[in-house]
Design a protein around this ligand. Structure first.
Ligand code: CP
Length: 288
């Protein structure tokens, strides 16, 4: 039984095994491996991609799927997260997917005896997002070692950035951060946007997470797009083989211009497709 809380707890060997499995699901379409197992998805924060691609992955594997609604639960009577999760363990679910706004919410849950897969914790970890990013990069370049990636934007509030910086370095990639200085939390080596655009194999954009700020950022959307957003002018300066990633959802005309979203270098919708296969792979791994 394997929980998946943070990629920091997963070896490079295991990361590559998960990606191999995800690729084999994508290529061979071999499904139904977890036929009949009961899974509950507990999302305490809004989600479209992670929640619904987990549902798609679970159904592909033949699992019986339940979606928890926090608004209609005993959380409203003051029940704690721990007691809620212990309840789902006790009433016979075989696995749980949890997204929660609190960093490291999973620490008190380590003793739960059915696998828990983290669908994102606050600004901390987003392991399955990072795995789908890695799958998309590996499909493109066939390797990680030596590739250069700049993660651009709201680094401070991004669990995607924090997860990717750590694992990409461990995989031998050179990782930089860029964007407004107010979002630089020191978690990576800063590079200016013009240099990054010309020099990178991968440009990973991040959503400006207005809902986490608690204050007004200084830049207007227009100034953000001009200085730190990706426009076709900048895309045309990227290397021929370079690609654009974004975990989505995106703020169009802020960190990404409309015509960049589906441009030839964008792999944004491929990332979403790959998300189903990496989620199948981590579900299968949960029961090893
Ligand atoms: N990328 C991502 O986690 O999207 P959702 O918030 O829609 O799940």
């Amino acid at each position: 039984m394997n929980h998946l809380f943070s990629l920091r707890e997963v070896s490079v060997l295991d990361i590559n095994k998960i990606l191999d499995k995800a690729e084999s699901y994508k290529n061979k379409r071999k499904f139904e491996e977890l036929n009949g197992k009961k899974v509950v998805n507990l999302f305490f924060e809004p989600s479209t991609r992670t929640h619904y691609s987990f549902i798609s992955a679970e159904k592909n594997l033949g699992m019986k799927v339940t979606n928890f609604n926090p608004q209609a639960s005993s959380l409203k009577k003051g029940e704690s997260l721990y007691d809620t999760i212990k309840t789902f363990e006790s009433i016979g679910f075989d696995a749980m997917i949890i997204r929660h706004p609190q960093n490291n919410y999973f620490e008190p849950l380590r003793g739960i005896k059915v696998p828990i897969l983290n669908g994102g914790d606050g600004t901390g970890n987003h392991p399955t997002q990072s795995l789908l990013d890695l799958m998309t990069i590996r499909e493109e370049f066939g390797k990680f070692e030596g590739l250069k990636c700049t993660i651009v934007g709201d680094i401070r509030h991004s669990r995607v950035a924090h997860t990717n910086i750590e694992i990409m370095k461990r995989l031998g990639m050179k990782v930089y951060i860029s964007g407004p200085k107010e979002f630089d939390d020191g978690s990576g080596e800063y590079i200016d946007m013009d240099t990054a655009i010309k020099d990178m194999d991968v440009i990973m954009l991040l959503r400006v997470q207005y809902e986490r700020h608690g204050y007004e950022i200084q830049l207007s959307k227009e100034d953000y797009l001009k200085n730190y957003g990706l426009t076709m002018d900048k895309v045309n300066k990227m290397k021929d083989h370079a690609i654009i990633l974004h975990p989505a959802p995106f703020n169009r005309k802020t960190e990404i211009d409309d015509d960049v979203v589906e441009c030839e270098k964008s792999r944004i919708f491929k990332q979403m497709t790959n998300g189903v296969f990496v989620r199948m792979a981590v579900l299968e791994r949960a029961f090893e």
